[in-house]
Design a protein around this ligand. Structure first.
Ligand SMILES: NC(=O)c1ccc[n+]([C@@H]2O[C@H](COP(=O)([O-])OP(=O)(O)OC[C@H]3O[C@@H](n4cnc5c(N)ncnc54)[C@H](O)[C@@H]3O)[C@@H](O)[C@H]2O)c1
Length: 252
């Protein structure tokens, strides 16, 4: 068991990549707290995680709200005494041409994807420092944080920001044994990408941009998250780990 005795918080843990990561961590012995906005989705996710572990808790949290993020961390500490792993996974991705992005859309992307990661990262890092436990913080970034994709300027900027947030936190938190890394998935089959996957012609064209010739699965990102959470990556911090079937290395 690679995470035996560890306590992990996974934001956006009720669906997609977050849920698969929660299941993977639970299989490896972690106590897992999943946070998300929808109660029903959280309960359904918890019942799936309970198939592999009884040590699971759910919290209805909007990561944009500091008070809700603080309450989540308080509840986890009260129940399990520490936090060793944080996965800042909650995220949204709208599609809009640059000229049509509204101020509301812009703010929402910044607040959920970037401010949410800052709030949870800062609070959890303080706990890790005070308890002297060290830990691993993982930002679920994207290849869109490395290269720009049309129709997603607001999303691209949040993921580029997450990569810099990871490096900035890694620099300051390394002396306390806290590692901070970004995981950059390519195109993964989840609710977020469903509309493209459900369009046979569009997805066939899109897959041509991926050297490995297929889209990724949430389990493949969960495996990389497990590596970053575990001691196997103990000398890695401030790194962007790309898991994308080769998509970003392609020039044309
Ligand atoms: N699917 C992909 O191709 C892909 C690629 C690169 C990066 N990512 C990133 O991975 C992460 C997970 O994406 P996914 O594909 O599993 O999407 P998803 O839509 O299936 O899941 C997103 C999760 O985030 C939660 N969430 C959204 N807004 C929230 C908020 N304000 N507060 C709390 N929780 C909130 C949702 O409830 C859900 O649990 C996102 O950060 C996304 O940007 C996804």
């Amino acid at each position: 068991m690679r995470l035996e005795g560890k306590v992990a918080i996974i934001t956006g843990g009720s669906l997609g990549i977050g849920l698969e990561t929660a299941i993977r961590f639970a299989k490896e012995g972690a106590k897992v707290a999943i946070a998300g906005r929808g109660l029903t989705a959280l309960e359904e996710a918890a019942s799936l995680i309970r198939n592999v572990s009884s040590e699971v808790m759910t919290a209805q949290v909007d990561v944009q709200a500091k008070s809700q993020v603080d309450r989540l961390v308080d509840e986890v500490i009260e129940r399990w005494g520490a936090v060793h792993i944080l996965v800042n996974n909650a995220g949204i991705c709208g599609l809009s041409s640059f000229l049509d992005i509204t101020e509301k859309d812009w703010d929402e992307h910044m607040n959920v994807n970037l401010k949410g990661a800052f709030l949870a990262g800062q609070r959890v890092a303080r706990e890790m420092m005070e308890r002297g436990t060290g830990g691993s913080i993982i930002h679920m970034s994207s290849v869109n944080g490395i290269k720009a994709e049309a129709m997603q300027a607001h999303y691209n900027v949040t993921k580029g920001g997450m990569n810099l947030l990871s490096m900035s936190m890694a620099l300051e938190l390394a002396p306390y044994g806290i590692r901070v890394n970004a995981l950059c998935p390519g195109f993964i089959e989840t609710r977020l990408t469903k509309s493209l996957i459900d369009d046979p012609r569009a997805i066939a064209d899109y897959v041509k941009t991926i050297p490995m010739g297929r889209v990724g699965q949430p389990e493949e990102i969960a495996d990389a998250a497990l590596f970053l959470a575990s001691d196997e990556s103990r000398y890695m911090t401030g790194h962007n780990l790309v898991v994308d079937g080769g998509q970003v290395i392609k020039l044309a």
